[in-house]
Design a protein. Structure first.
Length: 711
């Protein structure tokens, strides 16, 4: 008998299982249509990719339609024929809001058939024991001292700031950001250096390098959301020298800012300085030039597009079973490409009602989009296009969007924001909590009688308003128009803008009777109505949304416990660990805090920051047509390895096998790189994470900022 060959096939052309029978001579084995490429999803700050399930589900449905692979279009429907089906992922949290200890690199995906082009990238901030003591009272951390995406307050709006110190909450003398923060639960304290962003961007560039090593011409699309856009853009610069750059980008709600001036932003960054000693925010020129360089990097990817005949030979379905239009590459590129290309392009998704990216110190392009002038300044023609997702505005129709005239409330009311943007007020309790010194607390108390009415009189708001004449081109390839809608937890609604977002609504609506714990502050919380009577916080979630709420609240409780001194000598909030001993004093404090969390969030504006990505219909009808298309020949083992590499929590398992990028797992394991703090490692001469020269660090400077850095 011949021994099986030790050589593993590079690509499986067909597969099947059958029982041999003497009266049957043939068994059909289907040659699976190849996947159309790789789509990498990149989440933002304070996130574990809450939109990933929706995006992958919608992408698979939409790509099946785009590629003519729906069951009715195929002679042999199903996964074996090439129909796209999402990967199933196991739950990450237990019902109490702790990380599931049994979830590993071997169990994070379900053992069910799938055929998906999606890789989910995961990143965040990890604190070693020294950092827990230094920063643990200021940031959210889980029971393992890490947090997906890092603290939300530590975002940035330009690439050079990825290599900078973290947010400084000090505004003036004893006054901190918390003194004037009107949004309970979105605490703003000083944050650690942003080097963990650089680590994530480097990992992403190395992940792309891994794909290129397995298939050099594989089409790769990055789909980035929020601060994940800064990770994605940074990866392009870090990977350029080695050719480890994605072919296509989709930028959803990016904070990247192209405003020429922003006094509030400059003042908040007066502690940061460039190589010439200038302080404040990055100049408009530095921002413009970095974005221009990014577009040039993507422009160079146009030459990597696979030939039409190569793709059609393996993927064409010109005459589907249902007599629909079918799929050929030439037709696809004519409909959904730019200049007959689906690679070498960048598509921006902006939301005019995004209440995160429109914050006065951010004013990012994920809110405002790019004007004609900005597109020209950045030399973006032939690479860049954009879409607008707005209440009452059809997605898929090219044209122009005027931020005031096309607003769904145009002519009906004064002001841009609805609900109104929160008013900046002097907040005594938050100010007292943010000051660690007795002098600062005393001054906070003494000056409140003056500063509270003063901030009321000034009437500043959290969110900026767009310029009166702000209009942008909507120039992405035309699609079948539809009105976007939000997808709220387990409910799909007709509107897109969210309104209020009471936290208590995330509780599991299916809980009842014996499942309710009389000592649990979530289970005993009575339904409350918002001040305007428009909504309430009755449970409208499911088991996963409640587990996520508990997980986030535990992180917030750990932070508050550290501020209150309720920690051990290591700085650990031991009462929020899975095996914590029952402590009645802590239980009472915890219950009071959770009650306040739920009450404070009753009248909280929704952020409208993730509504584009959390509805699978948007991915089905839009995102699926903005990704690069070609042939992907990665094997099942390739896909598993790449999905493990993409998750910072599981990279260690590849390191143990000698993976070339396994050394990057040190950060998740120890909170360091090369046994050094991350912010030192990224500045080391010769470091693989050093800032690329095309990203210029140039700040606005000025005498006022120099003086301000000392007070």
């Amino acid at each position: 008998m011949n021994q099986p060959s030790p050589v593993q096939p590079q690509r499986v052309l067909a597969r099947g299982e059958c029982t041999t029978s003497p009266d049957c001579s043939d068994y059909p084995c289907l040659q699976r249509l190849p996947l159309p490429g790789v789509v990498i999803l990149v989440h933002g700050v304070n996130s574990d990719g809450e939109w990933y399930d929706a995006a992958e589900q919608g992408l698979c449905v939409g790509l099946n339609k785009r590629l003519a692979r729906r069951p009715a279009q195929l002679a042999y429907p199903g996964i074996d024929a090439g129909e796209l089906t999402p990967v199933g992922y196991t739950d990450e949290l237990d019902p109490e809001g702790f990380v599931d200890p049994n979830r590993t690199d071997k169990t994070f995906t379900k053992g069910v058939p799938h055929n998906s082009p999606v890789i989910r990238f995961r990143w965040g901030y990890k604190a070693d024991m020294k950092a827990v003591k230094e920063w643990g009272a200021n940031v959210w951390l889980n029971e393992h001292d890490y947090w997906g995406g890092g603290p939300f307050a530590n975002g940035c709006s330009t690439l050079a700031d990825l290599w900078s110190e973290g947010l400084d909450d000090h505004l003036f003398l004893w006054i901190t950001a918390q003194h004037v923060n009107p949004v309970p639960g979105r605490d703003v304290y000083s944050c650690p250096p942003r080097a963990y962003y650089v680590h994530a961007a480097l990992r992403l560039a190395r992940l792309i390098a891994s794909i290129r090593s397995k298939q050099p011409d594989c089409p790769i699309t990055l789909v980035c959301h929020s601060q994940g856009n800064m990770i994605g853009l940074g990866a392009a610069f870090l990977g350029e020298a080695s050719g480890a750059v994605a072919d296509t980008y989709v930028l959803a709600n990016p904070p990247y800012n192209l405003e020429p001036e922003n006094g509030f932003d400059s003042w908040s960054q007066r502690g940061a300085s460039d190589g010439d000693g200038r302080r404040g925010r990055q100049t408009w020129r530095a921002r413009r030039d970095a974005l221009k360089a990014f577009f040039d990097i993507l422009r160079s990817r146009a030459a990597a597009q696979q030939p039409c005949e190569n793709i059609d030979r393996l993927m064409a379905n010109p005459a589907p079973q249902d007599n629909s239009a079918g799929f050929t590459v030439e037709r696809d590129r004519a409909c959904y490409g730019i200049d007959q290309r689906t690679v070498g392009r960048v598509t921006l998704y902006c939301n005019p009602h995004d209440q995160v990216i429109s914050a006065d110190t951010i004013r990012g392009i994920g809110w405002l989009g790019l004007s004609d002038e900005q597109i020209e300044d950045a030399n973006a023609a032939g690479v860049f296009s954009q879409r607008v997702f707005a209440q009452g505005y059809p997605v898929g129709s090219p044209g122009r969007y005027h931020f005031w005239k096309n607003h769904w409330r145009a002519g009906e009311a004064t002001g841009y924001w609805y609900p109104p943007s929160p008013r900046i007020r002097y907040r005594l309790v938050s100010g007292l909590e943010s000051n660690s010194s007795m002098l600062g607390k005393a001054l906070t108390l003494l000056t409140s009688v003056v500063l509270w009415p003063l901030t009321e009189l000034i009437g500043l708001r959290v969110n900026a308003e767009p310029p009166e004449d702000w209009e942008i081109p909507v120039n992405a390839p035309a699609l079948e128009p539809f009105l976007p809608t939000r997808f709220s937890r387990v409910e799909k609604t007709d509107g897109f803008d969210e309104g209020l977002d009471p936290a208590g609504a995330a509780r599991n609506a299916r809980k009842s009777g014996a499942e309710l714990d009389p000592r649990d502050p979530y289970d005993t919380h009575g339904i409350q109505r918002s001040a305007d009577g428009r909504t309430d916080d009755a449970p409208r979630g499911d088991a996963r949304s409640e587990a996520q709420m508990r997980y986030e609240d535990r992180a917030r409780l750990r932070m508050k416990a550290r501020r209150a001194g309720m920690v051990d000598n290591r700085g650990l909030a031991v009462d929020e660990l899975p095996d914590a001993q029952e402590d009645e004093t802590y239980r009472a404090w915890r219950s009071r805090q959770i009650g306040e969390f739920l009450k404070d969030a009753l009248d909280q504006n929704a952020t409208d920051h993730s509504t584009i990505m959390t509805n699978p219909v948007h991915a089905e009808r839009v995102l699926a047509y903005d990704v690069a298309i070609g042939t992907c020949t990665l094997t099942e083992s390739d896909w598993h390895e790449l999905r493990v590499e993409a998750d910072w929590r599981y990279l260690q398992s590849l390191s143990e096998l000698g993976h070339p990028h396994g050394h990057l797992s040190e950060y998740f394991l120890d909170g360091t790189m090369k046994k050094r703090p991350l912010h030192d490692w990224v500045k080391e001469v010769g470091s693989e994470a050093v800032k690329p020269t095309k990203i210029v660090d140039e700040r606005v400077g000025g005498a006022l900022l120099n003086v301000g850095s000392r007070v």
